[in-house]
Design a protein around this ligand. Structure first.
Ligand SMILES: O=C(O)CCC(=O)C(=O)O
Ligand SMILES: [Fe+2]
Length: 330
């Protein structure tokens, strides 16, 4: 993304009306998920879909300098399975330009109650319309497990479908309030990606965690109209069913980090250090740690107060979110 200009961190009046209200921010804090207003126009979404087709056809503006060990990277030789492609914001400028829309960063900053939002990862996803395709199932998981080398507990994900996305398509489904659960115990297998795990094990782990927290498992499918998106907290359990519609389910999962997130050492039970794919790609901090703010891989998409006018303490007027520097954790 090096050759892309830094977008202005400001919103139009119309965009400000699309920010979450204070009640929406409270809802996200309590439930661990949030459905946005229409943040992309139909034209922007159509552009994303067209760009993704060109990407699948092999179009790249640059490719990763090395291939990290756990990279998700579908190519046509893999056939009609569910497609996952990481780092699309790095490899494809037309997709990147749309994903870096400041309004998305401003919504994320409001929900995470922070003043800076950077991209952490972006994954292009395609579920073929094949009901019996086993890879179409996304087993229950929460994203923080994959991000144990990240210090932040505020990271969050925007799930952005390229069309109306309802239950029939196997839309993302949240386990309500599960981001507040305490975990039953340390088990290194949780750091392995869901594609490498048995869905039955993960269904049982979900039930166990719920029982441990005296909670029920309330599954809420995100019914997402075109141009809207869902957000989920990095500890919210989520998953999704197969695609029962006659059309492919196309989406990007845009994983976001707050400005304070940084690499931390994370030791597995074996004594081995856990690594995230960034660790072989990003530049190093003076102390040798991977730099999760390397602008080539983790660009800033939002900084400052709600208006981005240089006054980070300025609150929004008109009943919208108050975005202030250094406000309390969610
Ligand atoms: O594709 C899905 O339904 C789930 C994607 C996901 O796990 C995520 O956005 O974190
Ligand atoms: Fe996820």
């Amino acid at each position: 993304m090096t050759d892309l200009a830094t977008p202005p961190f400001s919103l139009t009046e119309q965009e400000r009306s699309l920010l979450p209200s204070d009640a929406d921010i409270e809802f996200y804090a309590g439930h661990g998920w949030y459905l946005t207003k229409k943040l992309f126009t139909d034209d922007e979404i159509d552009e994303l879909a067209a760009a993704s087709e060109r990407y699948y056809g092999g179009e790249r503006d640059r490719t990763l300098p090395v291939r990290p060990p756990k990279l998700a990277y579908w190519d046509p030789t893999k056939g009609d399975v569910q497609r996952h492609n990481d780092y699309v914001h790095y490899e494809h400028d037309a997709i990147a330009r749309l994903l870096r829309k400041p309004l998305i960063g401003a919504v994320a900053a409001a929900l995470a109650r922070c003043d800076e939002i950077r991209v952490f990862q972006s994954t292009l996803i395609y579920k073929p319309p094949i009901v019996a395709e086993p890879t179409n199932l996304v087993p229950w998981h929460f994203d923080k497990h994959y991000w144990s080398t990240s210090s932040s507990e505020r990271m969050l994900t925007a799930f952005i479908p390229f069309h109306d996305c309802a239950e029939e398509m196997g839309t993302i489904t949240m386990v309500d309030g599960s981001h507040r659960w305490r975990e039953t115990g340390r088990d290194d297998s949780v750091t392995r990606h869901f594609a490498q795990r048995d869905p039955g094990d993960l269904e049982r782990a979900l039930a166990q965690n719920a029982a441990y927290n005296n909670a029920g498992v309330v599954k809420i499918p995100m019914i997402i109209p075109k141009g809207h998106m869902s957000f989920h907290h990095c500890r919210t359990y989520h998953g999704s069913d197969t695609n029962r519609s006659p059309r492919p389910r196309r989406a990007v999962s845009l994983h976001l980090q707050d400005g304070e997130n940084a690499y931390r050492l994370f030791e597995l039970g074996t004594g081995e250090l856990l690594a995230y794919n960034h660790d072989v790609l990003v530049r190093r901090l003076p102390d040798g740690r991977p730099d999760y703010s390397d602008p080539d891989f983790c660009p800033v998409i939002w900084r400052g107060g709600a208006t981005g006018n240089g006054d980070p303490n300025q609150a929004l007027e008109g009943g919208h979110a108050s975005l202030r520097l250094g406000s309390a954790a969610s």
